[in-house]
Design a protein around this ligand. Structure first.
Ligand code: EPZ
Length: 434
Protein backbone atom coordinates (compact mmCIF):
# COMPACT_ATOMS: atom_id res chain seq x y z
CA UNK A 1 0.00 0.00 0.00
CA UNK A 2 1.30 3.41 -0.91
CA UNK A 3 2.49 5.81 1.77
CA UNK A 4 3.31 9.51 1.74
CA UNK A 5 6.55 10.77 3.25
CA UNK A 6 6.29 14.44 4.11
CA UNK A 7 8.89 16.79 5.59
CA UNK A 8 7.21 19.83 7.10
CA UNK A 9 8.25 23.46 7.21
CA UNK A 10 7.87 24.83 3.68
CA UNK A 11 5.45 27.72 3.07
CA UNK A 12 3.35 27.10 -0.05
CA UNK A 13 3.74 29.60 -2.89
CA UNK A 14 2.58 29.73 -6.50
CA UNK A 15 -0.58 28.48 -8.20
CA UNK A 16 -2.41 25.17 -7.86
CA UNK A 17 -5.11 24.20 -10.35
CA UNK A 18 -8.26 22.55 -9.01
CA UNK A 19 -9.79 19.48 -10.68
CA UNK A 20 -13.43 18.71 -11.33
CA UNK A 21 -15.59 17.67 -8.38
CA UNK A 22 -15.67 13.96 -7.53
CA UNK A 23 -19.08 14.42 -5.88
CA UNK A 24 -20.49 16.00 -9.04
CA UNK A 25 -18.83 13.59 -11.48
CA UNK A 26 -20.19 10.44 -9.79
CA UNK A 27 -23.93 11.33 -10.05
CA UNK A 28 -23.32 12.73 -13.56
CA UNK A 29 -21.86 9.39 -14.69
CA UNK A 30 -24.85 7.57 -13.14
CA UNK A 31 -27.19 9.95 -15.00
CA UNK A 32 -25.91 8.52 -18.30
CA UNK A 33 -27.92 5.39 -17.42
CA UNK A 34 -31.10 7.41 -18.09
CA UNK A 35 -30.54 7.53 -21.88
CA UNK A 36 -29.36 5.30 -24.69
CA UNK A 37 -27.51 8.20 -26.28
CA UNK A 38 -23.88 9.19 -25.48
CA UNK A 39 -23.23 11.55 -22.57
CA UNK A 40 -19.92 13.44 -22.72
CA UNK A 41 -18.58 14.75 -19.42
CA UNK A 42 -15.61 17.12 -19.22
CA UNK A 43 -13.42 18.19 -16.27
CA UNK A 44 -13.68 14.68 -14.79
CA UNK A 45 -11.14 14.25 -11.97
CA UNK A 46 -8.68 11.37 -12.35
CA UNK A 47 -9.35 9.77 -8.98
CA UNK A 48 -9.94 6.19 -7.84
CA UNK A 49 -13.71 6.63 -7.29
CA UNK A 50 -14.17 7.56 -10.96
CA UNK A 51 -12.41 4.34 -11.87
CA UNK A 52 -14.82 2.43 -9.61
CA UNK A 53 -17.81 4.15 -11.24
CA UNK A 54 -16.44 3.21 -14.68
CA UNK A 55 -16.20 -0.44 -13.59
CA UNK A 56 -19.76 -0.28 -12.21
CA UNK A 57 -21.20 1.01 -15.51
CA UNK A 58 -19.11 -1.32 -17.70
CA UNK A 59 -20.33 -4.30 -15.63
CA UNK A 60 -23.88 -3.33 -16.68
CA UNK A 61 -22.90 -3.27 -20.33
CA UNK A 62 -22.26 0.46 -20.71
CA UNK A 63 -19.57 1.69 -23.05
CA UNK A 64 -17.34 4.04 -21.05
CA UNK A 65 -14.42 5.81 -22.65
CA UNK A 66 -12.13 7.69 -20.29
CA UNK A 67 -10.13 10.19 -22.32
CA UNK A 68 -6.32 10.37 -22.10
CA UNK A 69 -3.61 12.77 -23.09
CA UNK A 70 -5.16 16.18 -23.77
CA UNK A 71 -8.60 14.62 -23.27
CA UNK A 72 -7.69 12.96 -20.03
CA UNK A 73 -10.40 14.73 -18.10
CA UNK A 74 -13.21 13.76 -20.47
CA UNK A 75 -15.40 10.69 -20.46
CA UNK A 76 -17.95 9.50 -23.00
CA UNK A 77 -20.59 7.12 -21.66
CA UNK A 78 -23.15 5.23 -23.78
CA UNK A 79 -25.73 3.07 -22.07
CA UNK A 80 -27.53 1.90 -25.23
CA UNK A 81 -26.88 -1.80 -24.70
CA UNK A 82 -27.25 -2.40 -20.96
CA UNK A 83 -27.20 -6.17 -20.27
CA UNK A 84 -28.06 -6.02 -16.58
CA UNK A 85 -29.19 -3.55 -13.97
CA UNK A 86 -27.04 -4.69 -11.10
CA UNK A 87 -24.50 -3.00 -8.80
CA UNK A 88 -22.51 -5.74 -7.11
CA UNK A 89 -21.43 -5.85 -3.46
CA UNK A 90 -17.79 -6.04 -4.63
CA UNK A 91 -18.03 -2.54 -6.07
CA UNK A 92 -20.58 -0.96 -3.74
CA UNK A 93 -18.53 -1.91 -0.66
CA UNK A 94 -15.59 0.11 -2.06
CA UNK A 95 -17.70 3.17 -2.86
CA UNK A 96 -21.08 4.01 -1.27
CA UNK A 97 -21.91 6.46 -4.04
CA UNK A 98 -22.42 3.39 -6.25
CA UNK A 99 -25.97 3.35 -4.88
CA UNK A 100 -26.63 6.40 -7.09
CA UNK A 101 -27.40 3.99 -9.94
CA UNK A 102 -30.55 2.78 -8.15
CA UNK A 103 -32.94 5.60 -9.19
CA UNK A 104 -31.73 5.86 -12.83
CA UNK A 105 -31.90 2.06 -13.36
CA UNK A 106 -35.44 1.71 -11.98
CA UNK A 107 -36.55 4.74 -14.01
CA UNK A 108 -35.02 3.58 -17.31
CA UNK A 109 -34.96 -0.22 -17.05
CA UNK A 110 -37.97 -0.77 -14.75
CA UNK A 111 -35.86 -2.79 -12.35
CA UNK A 112 -32.58 -2.72 -10.40
CA UNK A 113 -30.56 -4.95 -8.09
CA UNK A 114 -28.20 -2.88 -5.98
CA UNK A 115 -26.10 -4.03 -3.05
CA UNK A 116 -26.74 -2.28 0.25
CA UNK A 117 -23.61 -0.26 1.04
CA UNK A 118 -22.91 -1.64 4.56
CA UNK A 119 -20.92 0.15 7.25
CA UNK A 120 -18.70 3.25 6.79
CA UNK A 121 -15.84 4.71 8.85
CA UNK A 122 -17.61 8.05 9.37
CA UNK A 123 -21.07 6.82 10.33
CA UNK A 124 -23.97 4.42 9.80
CA UNK A 125 -25.00 6.20 6.58
CA UNK A 126 -28.21 4.26 5.80
CA UNK A 127 -29.98 4.83 2.44
CA UNK A 128 -33.50 4.42 3.86
CA UNK A 129 -34.55 7.83 2.46
CA UNK A 130 -33.54 6.78 -1.08
CA UNK A 131 -35.66 3.63 -0.75
CA UNK A 132 -38.63 5.41 0.85
CA UNK A 133 -38.62 8.01 -1.93
CA UNK A 134 -38.53 5.38 -4.67
CA UNK A 135 -41.45 3.59 -3.03
CA UNK A 136 -43.36 6.89 -3.05
CA UNK A 137 -42.63 7.06 -6.80
CA UNK A 138 -44.33 3.67 -7.08
CA UNK A 139 -41.41 1.24 -7.06
CA UNK A 140 -41.89 -2.12 -5.35
CA UNK A 141 -38.79 -2.74 -3.24
CA UNK A 142 -37.56 -5.87 -1.49
CA UNK A 143 -34.36 -6.39 0.44
CA UNK A 144 -32.74 -9.80 0.51
CA UNK A 145 -29.25 -11.29 0.66
CA UNK A 146 -27.79 -7.82 1.19
CA UNK A 147 -29.34 -6.47 -1.98
CA UNK A 148 -32.15 -4.06 -2.81
CA UNK A 149 -34.44 -5.43 -5.53
CA UNK A 150 -36.58 -2.68 -7.07
CA UNK A 151 -39.31 -3.02 -9.69
CA UNK A 152 -41.55 -0.49 -11.43
CA UNK A 153 -43.25 -0.63 -14.82
CA UNK A 154 -43.07 3.16 -14.92
CA UNK A 155 -42.48 5.42 -11.95
CA UNK A 156 -45.26 7.89 -11.10
CA UNK A 157 -44.68 11.47 -9.94
CA UNK A 158 -45.18 12.09 -6.20
CA UNK A 159 -44.73 14.66 -3.43
CA UNK A 160 -41.66 13.65 -1.42
CA UNK A 161 -40.59 15.39 1.80
CA UNK A 162 -37.13 14.31 2.97
CA UNK A 163 -37.10 13.73 6.73
CA UNK A 164 -33.41 14.65 6.64
CA UNK A 165 -31.38 16.62 4.09
CA UNK A 166 -29.46 14.07 2.04
CA UNK A 167 -27.17 14.91 -0.89
CA UNK A 168 -27.15 11.60 -2.77
CA UNK A 169 -30.75 10.95 -1.71
CA UNK A 170 -31.79 14.18 -3.46
CA UNK A 171 -29.67 13.27 -6.51
CA UNK A 172 -30.98 9.67 -6.71
CA UNK A 173 -34.66 10.69 -6.60
CA UNK A 174 -34.08 13.68 -8.87
CA UNK A 175 -32.73 11.32 -11.53
CA UNK A 176 -35.59 8.83 -11.00
CA UNK A 177 -38.24 11.56 -11.26
CA UNK A 178 -37.02 12.75 -14.69
CA UNK A 179 -38.62 9.71 -16.40
CA UNK A 180 -41.60 9.33 -14.04
CA UNK A 181 -45.15 9.95 -15.21
CA UNK A 182 -46.35 13.41 -14.17
CA UNK A 183 -44.93 15.89 -11.68
CA UNK A 184 -42.65 15.16 -8.71
CA UNK A 185 -42.08 17.70 -5.94
CA UNK A 186 -39.03 17.09 -3.75
CA UNK A 187 -39.01 19.03 -0.48
CA UNK A 188 -36.26 19.64 2.10
CA UNK A 189 -33.70 18.91 -0.62
CA UNK A 190 -29.93 19.22 -0.41
CA UNK A 191 -28.78 22.52 -1.97
CA UNK A 192 -25.17 21.53 -2.63
CA UNK A 193 -23.52 22.84 -5.85
CA UNK A 194 -23.15 19.20 -6.93
CA UNK A 195 -26.96 18.81 -6.88
CA UNK A 196 -27.31 21.97 -8.99
CA UNK A 197 -24.68 20.67 -11.42
CA UNK A 198 -26.55 17.38 -11.82
CA UNK A 199 -29.83 19.19 -12.51
CA UNK A 200 -28.07 21.31 -15.12
CA UNK A 201 -26.81 18.16 -16.90
CA UNK A 202 -30.25 16.50 -16.70
CA UNK A 203 -31.93 19.58 -18.20
CA UNK A 204 -29.41 19.46 -21.06
CA UNK A 205 -30.52 15.84 -21.55
CA UNK A 206 -34.11 17.03 -21.95
CA UNK A 207 -35.36 16.81 -18.36
CA UNK A 208 -37.68 19.48 -16.95
CA UNK A 209 -36.32 20.43 -13.55
CA UNK A 210 -36.84 23.67 -11.62
CA UNK A 211 -35.61 24.79 -8.23
CA UNK A 212 -32.29 22.95 -7.90
CA UNK A 213 -30.21 24.76 -5.29
CA UNK A 214 -33.33 25.58 -3.25
CA UNK A 215 -35.12 23.35 -0.67
CA UNK A 216 -37.92 22.57 -3.18
CA UNK A 217 -37.30 20.97 -6.59
CA UNK A 218 -40.08 20.39 -9.15
CA UNK A 219 -39.68 17.78 -11.91
CA UNK A 220 -42.07 17.30 -14.84
CA UNK A 221 -41.48 13.71 -16.01
CA UNK A 222 -40.69 13.08 -19.69
CA UNK A 223 -40.90 9.96 -21.91
CA UNK A 224 -37.21 9.78 -22.70
CA UNK A 225 -33.92 11.65 -22.32
CA UNK A 226 -31.23 12.33 -24.92
CA UNK A 227 -27.44 12.58 -24.85
CA UNK A 228 -25.60 15.76 -23.83
CA UNK A 229 -22.18 17.33 -23.24
CA UNK A 230 -21.49 18.81 -19.83
CA UNK A 231 -18.55 20.32 -17.92
CA UNK A 232 -18.35 19.19 -14.25
CA UNK A 233 -18.09 21.95 -11.62
CA UNK A 234 -14.75 22.45 -9.83
CA UNK A 235 -14.11 20.52 -6.63
CA UNK A 236 -14.86 22.95 -3.76
CA UNK A 237 -13.51 20.47 -1.19
CA UNK A 238 -10.19 20.04 -3.02
CA UNK A 239 -10.01 23.84 -3.31
CA UNK A 240 -10.80 24.19 0.40
CA UNK A 241 -8.09 21.68 1.28
CA UNK A 242 -5.41 23.66 -0.59
CA UNK A 243 -6.68 26.95 0.86
CA UNK A 244 -6.23 25.56 4.38
CA UNK A 245 -2.79 24.18 3.40
CA UNK A 246 -1.74 27.72 2.52
CA UNK A 247 -3.29 29.20 5.68
CA UNK A 248 -1.42 26.63 7.77
CA UNK A 249 1.99 26.85 6.14
CA UNK A 250 2.08 30.62 5.52
CA UNK A 251 3.31 31.65 2.07
CA UNK A 252 1.28 33.02 -0.82
CA UNK A 253 -0.86 30.59 -2.80
CA UNK A 254 -3.34 31.06 -5.63
CA UNK A 255 -5.95 28.32 -5.93
CA UNK A 256 -7.20 28.49 -9.53
CA UNK A 257 -9.95 26.92 -11.69
CA UNK A 258 -12.27 26.85 -8.67
CA UNK A 259 -15.64 28.49 -7.96
CA UNK A 260 -15.13 30.89 -5.00
CA UNK A 261 -18.91 31.30 -4.53
CA UNK A 262 -19.08 27.64 -3.46
CA UNK A 263 -16.54 28.32 -0.68
CA UNK A 264 -18.28 31.18 1.13
CA UNK A 265 -18.68 29.42 4.48
CA UNK A 266 -15.02 28.39 4.55
CA UNK A 267 -13.65 31.76 3.42
CA UNK A 268 -15.76 33.60 6.00
CA UNK A 269 -14.47 31.29 8.72
CA UNK A 270 -10.84 31.82 7.63
CA UNK A 271 -11.31 35.59 7.71
CA UNK A 272 -12.58 35.16 11.28
CA UNK A 273 -9.30 33.32 11.95
CA UNK A 274 -7.39 36.30 10.59
CA UNK A 275 -6.27 34.57 7.37
CA UNK A 276 -6.00 36.84 4.34
CA UNK A 277 -8.12 35.43 1.52
CA UNK A 278 -9.26 37.20 -1.63
CA UNK A 279 -11.39 35.82 -4.45
CA UNK A 280 -11.17 37.02 -8.06
CA UNK A 281 -12.75 35.29 -11.03
CA UNK A 282 -12.09 31.56 -10.71
CA UNK A 283 -9.28 31.93 -8.17
CA UNK A 284 -8.79 32.36 -4.44
CA UNK A 285 -5.54 33.86 -3.17
CA UNK A 286 -4.38 32.98 0.35
CA UNK A 287 -1.51 34.74 2.04
CA UNK A 288 -0.60 34.62 5.65
CA UNK A 289 2.00 33.94 8.27
CA UNK A 290 0.66 30.55 9.28
CA UNK A 291 -0.44 31.85 12.67
CA UNK A 292 -4.27 31.91 12.54
CA UNK A 293 -6.51 32.77 15.49
CA UNK A 294 -8.75 30.06 16.92
CA UNK A 295 -12.48 30.06 16.01
CA UNK A 296 -15.32 27.65 16.68
CA UNK A 297 -17.00 25.90 13.76
CA UNK A 298 -20.04 23.65 13.33
CA UNK A 299 -20.71 21.58 10.24
CA UNK A 300 -24.01 22.04 8.43
CA UNK A 301 -25.64 21.26 5.12
CA UNK A 302 -24.80 23.64 2.26
CA UNK A 303 -24.48 26.63 2.32
CA UNK A 304 -23.25 26.00 5.87
CA UNK A 305 -19.70 24.87 6.76
CA UNK A 306 -19.13 21.56 4.93
CA UNK A 307 -18.54 18.39 6.92
CA UNK A 308 -16.03 17.41 4.19
CA UNK A 309 -13.83 20.32 5.38
CA UNK A 310 -14.12 19.55 9.10
CA UNK A 311 -10.99 17.38 9.37
CA UNK A 312 -8.88 19.85 7.41
CA UNK A 313 -10.14 22.72 9.59
CA UNK A 314 -9.21 20.71 12.70
CA UNK A 315 -5.62 20.49 11.43
CA UNK A 316 -5.62 24.29 11.09
CA UNK A 317 -7.09 24.70 14.59
CA UNK A 318 -4.15 22.77 16.08
CA UNK A 319 -1.92 25.66 14.92
CA UNK A 320 -4.27 28.48 15.89
CA UNK A 321 -3.79 30.89 18.80
CA UNK A 322 -6.38 29.89 21.42
CA UNK A 323 -9.08 27.24 21.57
CA UNK A 324 -11.43 26.16 18.76
CA UNK A 325 -14.49 23.97 19.30
CA UNK A 326 -15.22 21.86 16.21
CA UNK A 327 -18.79 20.47 16.18
CA UNK A 328 -19.71 17.70 13.71
CA UNK A 329 -23.47 17.73 13.04
CA UNK A 330 -23.74 15.57 9.91
CA UNK A 331 -21.96 12.27 10.66
CA UNK A 332 -21.82 10.55 14.02
CA UNK A 333 -18.26 9.20 13.80
CA UNK A 334 -16.16 11.72 11.91
CA UNK A 335 -13.31 12.42 14.33
CA UNK A 336 -11.06 9.46 13.41
CA UNK A 337 -8.30 11.90 12.40
CA UNK A 338 -8.21 13.50 15.87
CA UNK A 339 -6.24 10.70 17.53
CA UNK A 340 -3.72 10.64 14.69
CA UNK A 341 -3.27 14.43 15.06
CA UNK A 342 -2.78 13.91 18.81
CA UNK A 343 -0.04 11.40 17.96
CA UNK A 344 1.68 14.28 16.14
CA UNK A 345 1.45 16.49 19.22
CA UNK A 346 -1.94 18.18 18.88
CA UNK A 347 -4.07 18.94 21.96
CA UNK A 348 -7.58 17.69 21.12
CA UNK A 349 -10.30 16.46 23.48
CA UNK A 350 -13.38 14.72 22.05
CA UNK A 351 -16.70 15.29 23.85
CA UNK A 352 -19.39 13.47 21.89
CA UNK A 353 -19.78 15.25 18.52
CA UNK A 354 -17.60 18.16 19.68
CA UNK A 355 -13.82 18.36 19.55
CA UNK A 356 -12.07 20.93 21.75
CA UNK A 357 -8.81 21.89 20.01
CA UNK A 358 -6.27 23.82 22.07
CA UNK A 359 -3.93 25.60 19.72
CA UNK A 360 -1.02 26.36 19.05
CA UNK A 361 1.02 23.23 19.85
CA UNK A 362 4.19 22.25 17.99
CA UNK A 363 3.59 19.21 15.81
CA UNK A 364 6.32 16.63 15.24
CA UNK A 365 6.56 14.16 12.36
CA UNK A 366 5.26 10.63 13.12
CA UNK A 367 3.95 7.48 11.46
CA UNK A 368 0.18 7.90 11.14
CA UNK A 369 -2.58 6.18 9.20
CA UNK A 370 -5.54 7.46 7.25
CA UNK A 371 -9.02 6.10 8.01
CA UNK A 372 -11.06 7.87 5.35
CA UNK A 373 -10.73 10.36 2.51
CA UNK A 374 -10.94 13.68 4.38
CA UNK A 375 -9.17 12.38 7.49
CA UNK A 376 -6.20 11.54 5.28
CA UNK A 377 -6.24 15.07 3.87
CA UNK A 378 -6.03 16.52 7.39
CA UNK A 379 -2.98 14.35 8.16
CA UNK A 380 -1.25 15.60 5.01
CA UNK A 381 -1.97 19.20 6.10
CA UNK A 382 -0.64 18.61 9.63
CA UNK A 383 2.49 16.98 8.22
CA UNK A 384 3.19 20.11 6.12
CA UNK A 385 3.81 22.05 9.36
CA UNK A 386 5.22 19.28 11.55
CA UNK A 387 8.85 19.27 12.54
CA UNK A 388 10.69 16.43 10.80
CA UNK A 389 9.24 13.62 8.72
CA UNK A 390 5.72 12.18 8.77
CA UNK A 391 4.82 8.87 7.12
CA UNK A 392 1.15 8.52 6.23
CA UNK A 393 -0.06 4.99 5.61
CA UNK A 394 -3.14 3.88 3.57
CA UNK A 395 -3.07 6.85 1.21
CA UNK A 396 -5.39 4.87 -1.07
CA UNK A 397 -8.05 6.72 0.88
CA UNK A 398 -6.77 10.04 -0.45
CA UNK A 399 -6.43 8.72 -4.01
CA UNK A 400 -10.16 8.15 -3.97
CA UNK A 401 -10.88 11.85 -4.07
CA UNK A 402 -7.72 13.91 -4.73
CA UNK A 403 -6.07 13.90 -8.15
CA UNK A 404 -2.26 13.59 -7.80
CA UNK A 405 -2.25 15.57 -4.56
CA UNK A 406 1.46 14.98 -3.95
CA UNK A 407 2.39 16.36 -7.39
CA UNK A 408 0.18 19.41 -6.90
CA UNK A 409 1.67 20.06 -3.44
CA UNK A 410 5.23 19.59 -4.69
CA UNK A 411 4.43 22.07 -7.46
CA UNK A 412 3.89 24.79 -4.83
CA UNK A 413 6.86 23.98 -2.63
CA UNK A 414 5.91 21.10 -0.33
CA UNK A 415 8.35 18.28 0.44
CA UNK A 416 6.19 15.22 -0.19
CA UNK A 417 6.78 11.92 -1.98
CA UNK A 418 4.84 8.74 -2.50
CA UNK A 419 6.45 5.41 -1.65
CA UNK A 420 5.18 1.92 -2.36
CA UNK A 421 3.56 0.43 -5.48
CA UNK A 422 3.01 2.89 -8.30
CA UNK A 423 -0.52 3.86 -9.16
CA UNK A 424 -2.28 1.19 -11.32
CA UNK A 425 -1.57 1.76 -15.06
CA UNK A 426 -5.15 2.91 -15.59
CA UNK A 427 -4.61 5.97 -13.43
CA UNK A 428 -1.56 7.19 -15.30
CA UNK A 429 -2.43 8.97 -18.56
CA UNK A 430 -0.78 7.16 -21.46
CA UNK A 431 -0.08 9.39 -24.43
CA UNK A 432 -2.82 8.00 -26.72
CA UNK A 433 -6.59 7.62 -26.10
CA UNK A 434 -7.65 3.91 -25.80
C1 EPZ B 1 -22.56 13.12 0.31
O1 EPZ B 1 -22.73 11.85 0.96
C2 EPZ B 1 -21.09 13.20 -0.08
N1 EPZ B 1 -20.77 12.10 -0.97
C3 EPZ B 1 -20.23 13.11 1.17
O2 EPZ B 1 -18.86 13.31 0.80
C4 EPZ B 1 -20.61 14.24 2.12
O3 EPZ B 1 -19.91 14.09 3.32
C5 EPZ B 1 -22.12 14.19 2.42
O4 EPZ B 1 -22.88 14.21 1.20
C6 EPZ B 1 -22.58 15.38 3.25
O5 EPZ B 1 -22.26 16.57 2.64
C7 EPZ B 1 -21.10 12.22 -2.30
O6 EPZ B 1 -21.67 13.19 -2.75
C8 EPZ B 1 -20.73 11.08 -3.17
P1 EPZ B 1 -26.01 12.48 3.04
P2 EPZ B 1 -24.20 11.28 1.26
O7 EPZ B 1 -26.98 11.50 2.50
O8 EPZ B 1 -25.13 11.73 0.22
C9 EPZ B 1 -28.17 10.60 6.83
C10 EPZ B 1 -16.55 12.85 0.68
O9 EPZ B 1 -15.70 12.98 1.56
N2 EPZ B 1 -28.97 9.80 5.87
O10 EPZ B 1 -26.22 13.91 2.68
O11 EPZ B 1 -24.05 9.84 1.51
C11 EPZ B 1 -26.69 10.23 6.81
O12 EPZ B 1 -26.42 9.12 7.62
C12 EPZ B 1 -17.93 12.24 1.03
O13 EPZ B 1 -16.38 13.18 -0.50
C13 EPZ B 1 -29.97 8.96 6.35
O14 EPZ B 1 -30.19 8.86 7.56
O15 EPZ B 1 -24.54 12.02 2.63
C14 EPZ B 1 -26.03 11.51 7.32
O16 EPZ B 1 -26.05 11.54 8.71
C15 EPZ B 1 -17.96 11.66 2.40
N3 EPZ B 1 -30.68 8.24 5.45
C16 EPZ B 1 -26.95 12.59 6.75
O17 EPZ B 1 -28.19 11.96 6.42
C17 EPZ B 1 -30.48 8.33 4.09
O18 EPZ B 1 -31.17 7.64 3.31
C18 EPZ B 1 -26.40 13.28 5.50
O19 EPZ B 1 -25.94 12.28 4.63
C19 EPZ B 1 -29.47 9.18 3.63
C20 EPZ B 1 -28.73 9.93 4.54
Amino acid sequence: MDKFVIRGGNPLTGTVRISGAKNAALPAMAAALLTEEPVILENIPQVRDIETERKLLVAMGADVELGYGRAQHRTTICCRNLVNAEASYELVKTMRASTLVLGPLVARMGHARVSLPGGCAIGARPIDLHIKGLEQLGAVIAQEHGYIEAQAERLKGAHILFEKITVTGTEDLLMAATLAEGETVLENCAREPEVVDLASLLNKMGARIEGAGTPTIRVQGVERLRGARHRIVPDRIEAGTFIIAAALTGGDLSVSSCEPRHLDALLQKLEECGVQVSATGDSVRVSGNGRPKGADVATQEYPGFPTDMQAQYMALATQAEGTSVVTENIFENRFMHAQELVRMGADIRIEGHRAVVRGRTALSGAAVQASDLRASASLVLAALVAEGETIIDRVYHIDRGYERIEEKLRGVGAQIRRIGELLPKRMVAPEVAV
